[in-house]
Design a protein around this ligand. Structure first.
Ligand code: FE2
Ligand code: FE2
Length: 197
């Protein structure tokens, strides 16, 4: 399965607006992949599949997760939109026979990030957050895009910090995977600065 074929399948069931977002993410993620010498076809496939279920109503996402016997974290129960990645990963594996575990993990965790994300995963993650329409809607994200020009992982840490700050200000819950991811990225950069490099 390549991303072009998956796009054909998805175009019949994903709303046009969502498809347009996905197209922008595929393009930017592919750009990051080439810039950093990564596996571009893997990145584009993850980007193509990531929002398969993003347009579904939250109620439906929750019902799907219950039907599939998914382990639902209390934060996800409170905010079922968080389930659209995990559910898409299952569907893409079962219905579209996508087996590459790295592609599936990228899609599963594309909202929070994950401590074990590869650079391919981060390329997709960052592209999703800073594609042109996202920056046009929220200029605070420009810094994430700028930093992505030098390091995808530093850009990821910056993005997660922005989101956590926002959640704190608004009194919203924070998914524990965002915290784990942030801690892992931070200790990575600490290790680099402590080694004098
Ligand atoms: Fe998404
Ligand atoms: Fe997205």
């Amino acid at each position: 399965m390549d991303y072009v074929r998956l796009r054909e399948y998805m175009s019949g069931e994903v709303p046009a607006k969502m498809l347009a977002h996905i197209d922008r993410v595929v393009k930017l993620a592919g750009f990051f992949g080439e810039k950093y010498g990564l596996n571009v076809s893997e990145i584009k496939l993850a980007a193509q599949g990531h929002d398969l279920f993003r347009a579904l109503p939250q109620k439906e996402l929750l019902q799907k997760a219950k039907d599939m016997d998914l382990d639902i974290h209390p934060v996800e129960l409170n905010s079922p939109v968080l389930l659209h990645g995990p559910l898409a990963a299952i569907e893409l594996k079962e219905r579209f026979n996508i087996k590459n575990p790295q592609v599936l993990e990228t899609i599963k965790w594309h909202t929070t990030g994950h401590p074990e994300f590869s650079l391919e995963s981060w390329a997709m993650f960052i592209a999703d957050k800073v594609e042109p329409n996202k920056i046009a809607k929220n200029s605070d994200l420009q810094i994430v895009s700028d930093i992505a020009g030098e390091s995808l992982e530093k850009a990821a840490l910056t993005y997660i910090d922005i989101r956590i700050n926002e959640a704190l200000q608004l009194g919203l819950q924070i998914h524990p995977m965002s915290i784990h991811t942030r801690n892992t990225l931070l200790s990575k950069f600490d290790a680099i600065s402590n080694s004098g490099g």
